[in-house]
Design a protein around this ligand. Sequence first.
Ligand SMILES: [Zn+2]
Length: 153
Amino acid sequence: MSEQPQAAKEGQPAARRRSSPRAPGQVIACGWCGQDVPVPARGRVPKWCSAACRHRAWEQARAAASGRSAVEVRDRVVERVKTVTVVQHHTREVPVAWRPTSVPDFVDVLEDLTTRVDSGRVYDRDIPTLAAAVKATVKALARREKAAHRPLW
Ligand SMILES: [Zn+2]
């Protein structure tokens, strides 16, 4: 007589707490006949498929209490639906307008332009525009030298 009449514990869950809804469409085996019993989304998990099985189990439990037999309902797994919000962080590269701000950066840009002009990677039609801009820069450099009253370059 090692088995205890578990059926006597019906309706006494280990912990009463608000829980997530169960996965739909689940069935559980009847504690008496083993037939599938639909599991509702919420509420108590059924132990019996019918009143008849519940009654037979109750009779067995009562008999067990008198030491003659026992019925055992094992713990059964009921799947639950858990809603999880997942925030996905996407990082993508976007072009950012870049301008030289330091002398080395300006030198890099001017050297790159010189190489492009020399290697034909600048259209002829764009040469006048570039030349005007470069001449303006050279004139500005000359003005600085004149203001300094000494050779700067
Ligand atoms: Zn049954």
